[in-house]
Design a protein around this ligand. Structure first.
Ligand code: ATP
Length: 268
C-alpha cells in the first residue's frame, strides 16, 4: 500500500537540473566556532521523498534548515558554499526569504499550532500573502485540510481553538497550514516522533501522496520509517555526508562501513 508511487531510480550523481529540487554544493556551516556541516554536496531529486538519517547531533536538522534559511535566525551562524533551488542561490542577499519559506515549507517534531482557531491556523500564511477574499480563503482552507486528511474530522468545528485537537490531529493541522501555501518543497523534521503508530502510518501515507505535488525531505531516527517511505536516503555522520543512495540499496547493501554500523544499530 505504501509503494503506490514507486518510480524508476535516478542517478543521483548526474541528476539533470529539471529533476533537481535542491542542489547543495560544498556547504559548510558553523554555529559560532563549532563547525556543524562539513563540505556537503548533494542533489535532491524533485517529486521524491529523501530521508536524512544519522546519530543525534550529526547535523540533520541544521542541513534541512539551510534549505529555507531557518539558520539565519540563529545568532553566530555562518556558512560557505551553495544551496540552489530552481537554479537560484537562496543565500544570495537579494533572495526574498519570506517567499522562499512559503515555497519551502517546514513541519517540526512537535505539533506547533498557533493559539487561534483551526480555520485561522490554516489560512494564516495565505492572509500574510495578501489573500483576503472570504470565499477564496474558505476554499483554500477546505482543500488544505482535505489534503492533510483532516477535513472530515474538523469540518464542523473550524472555528474552535486548534489546541482542542489531539496530537495527531494537530500535526495534520500543521501539515495543512504548510500545504495551504502550495509549497514546492516540504521539509519534515521528525514529524511523527511524538505520534502513536496508527497516526504515524496516516502521516506516512500522507507523505507518499504528497510526492505528486512536491518534493519531500524527512529527518527521521526511525530506520524502518526511512526504508518504508523514502526513495533516497542520506546518511550523515558528524556533519559529513557519508553515503547517499536510493533507499533500497542503502538499507540492504550499504557501501560504507559507517553506514552499515549505523543501520544495523552498532552505534547511535
Ligand atoms: N542554535 C544552535 N546554536 C548552537 N549550536 C547548535 C544550534 N542548533 C544546533 N546546534 C548544534 O549543532 C549540532 C547539530 O545539531 P542538529 O540539531 O542539526 O543535529 P541533528 O542531527 O538534527 O540532531 P537530533 O537528531 O538530535 O535532532 C549539534 O552539535 C547541536 O548542538
Amino acid at each position: 500500500m505504501l509503494n503506490l508511487f514507486e518510480r524508476e531510480k535516478l542517478d543521483l550523481q548526474s541528476l539533470s537540473p529539471s529533476d533537481t529540487a535542491i542542489n547543495v554544493e560544498g556547504l559548510n556551516l558553523w554555529f559560532g566556532k563549532k563547525q556543524v556541516l562539513n563540505d556537503i554536496s548533494m542533489k535532491i531529486p524533485k517529486h521524491r521523498i529523501t530521508a536524512l538519517i544519522g546519530q543525534s547531533g550529526c547535523g540533520k536538522s541544521t542541513l534541512i534548515s539551510s534549505f529555507n534559511r531557518m539558520n539565519d535566525l540563529v545568532d553566530g551562524c555562518r556558512y560557505l558554499g551553495k544551496v540552489e533551488i530552481d537554479g537560484r542561490d537562496i543565500n544570495h542577499s537579494r533572495e526574498n526569504v519570506a517567499r522562499l519559506r512559503a515555497s519551502v515549507g517546514m513541519v517540526f517534531q512537535r505539533p506547533n499550532p498557533f493559539p487561534m482557531s483551526i480555520y485561522e491556523n490554516v489560512c494564516y500564511g495565505l492572509k500574510l500573502q495578501g489573500m483576503s477574499l472570504r470565499r477564496t480563503l474558505d476554499d483554500s482552507v477546505e482543500q488544505a485540510l482535505r489534503d492533510a486528511a483532516l477535513w472530515e474530522e474538523v469540518k464542523d468545528r473550524l472555528f474552535e481553538p486548534a489546541n482542542i485537537l489531539s496530537g495527531g490531529q494537530q500535526q495534520r493541522l500543521v501539515f495543512a497550514r504548510a500545504l495551504a501555501l502550495q509549497p514546492d518543497i516540504l521539509l519534515l523534521d521528525e514529524p511523527t516522533s511524538a505520534l502513536d503508530p496508527l497516526t504515524t502510518l496516516y502521516i506516512e501515507e500522507l507523505m507518499i501522496s504528497l510526492k505528486k505535488r512536491c518534493t519531500v525531505i524527512i529527518v527521521t531516527h526511525n530506520m524502518q520509517q526511512a526504508a518504508r517511505v523514502s526513495d533516497y536516503t542520506a546518511f550523515i555522520h558528524q556533519g559529513e555526508l557519508i553515503e547517499y543512495a536510493d533507499s533500497d540499496s542503502l538499507f540492504t547493501m550499504p557501501v560504507k562501513k559507517q553506514t552499515e554500523d549505523y543501520i544495523t544499530g552498532r552505534y547511535g
